[in-house]
Design a protein around this ligand. Structure first.
Ligand SMILES: NC(=O)c1ccc[n+]([C@@H]2O[C@H](COP(=O)([O-])OP(=O)(O)OC[C@H]3O[C@@H](n4cnc5c(N)ncnc54)[C@H](OP(=O)(O)O)[C@@H]3O)[C@@H](O)[C@H]2O)c1
Length: 210
């Protein structure tokens, strides 16, 4: 329908289209290999978009967090208030991403596609800069919370096998944003900065370091 009406299409996809066995960052043209029903259905969604409308931007993202609704940051903050220790998976790596940063990026892409017939199309990755594990991310959340007066509790690392989830997550889902930078000039900021903004909203400003 969008193609018939000459409307460009922006579609959000996921790191779960990859099998996670790569050791480095995935570029958008890396072979996909979903290992879950979720990943397979998102890969099918990407194909449907490519077939239906050549003027598309498929934007894969990952590990999305925000001050709103349920997400990893909010879960860790809640657990930091409830528990004496936390154990978090340390053998899955990826790029935490602020929903607000992603939304701003998607809006800019949509605007460019709407206004400029030459705007780049294809598949891109948008994640915040830097790579960590869920354990590293949890530690940053707990430390950021403590800088704002919250409880500092120990966060230990555990293997994925000790924390089964319904959909298997890729072991490595580092996504390269290089082609998005080349096409649209975006330079996503580090995830740690984005996390500070979210904690400022959820917990309050950090106490001054003495
Ligand atoms: N969360 C992540 O880390 C992540 C990572 C990579 C990609 N993504 C992609 O980002 C997109 C959103 O994911 P999310 O995690 O934000 O999911 P979510 O929290 O489940 O939110 C989905 C939203 O879509 C709405 N929705 C669901 N089915 C709908 C329907 N049939 N018609 C209209 N609205 C519908 C829901 O509305 P209600 O609230 O009314 O149910 C909800 O607001 C998905 O395409 C996902 O694959 C997410």
């Amino acid at each position: 329908a969008t193609h018939a009406k000459a409307i460009p299409l922006v579609h959000v996809s996921t790191d779960y289209v990859f099998d996670g066995s790569s050791s480095g960052a995935y570029t958008p043209d890396a072979p996909i290999g979903p290992t879950s029903v979720y990943g397979a259905s998102k890969a099918a969604g990407e194909m449907a978009v490519r077939t239906a409308n050549p003027r598309h931007a498929i934007v894969r993202t990952a590990w999305v967090v925000s001050p709103h609704r349920g997400n990893f940051v909010k879960t860790m903050l809640r657990l930091a208030g409830e528990r004496e220790t936390l154990a978090v998976v340390d053998d899955q790596r990826g790029c935490p991403t602020s929903a607000a940063d992603l939304a701003a990026g998607l809006a800019q892409i949509a605007l460019r596609l709407a206004e400029d017939p030459e705007a780049p199309t294809g598949t891109f990755h948008y994640v915040n800069a830097g790579v960590t594990t869920w354990h590293g991310f949890a530690r940053a959340i707990v430390a950021g919370n403590a800088r704002r007066g919250g409880r500092e509790i120990p966060v230990s690392g555990i293997p994925t096998s000790a924390y089964p989830t319904p959909a298997r997550r890729p072991a490595n889902s580092e996504l390269s944003t290089q082609s998005l930078t080349a096409a649209y000039g975006f330079m996503p900021r580090p995830w740690s900065e984005a996390l500070d903004d979210i904690l400022d909203r959820l917990v309050g400003p950090a106490h001054r370091q003495t």
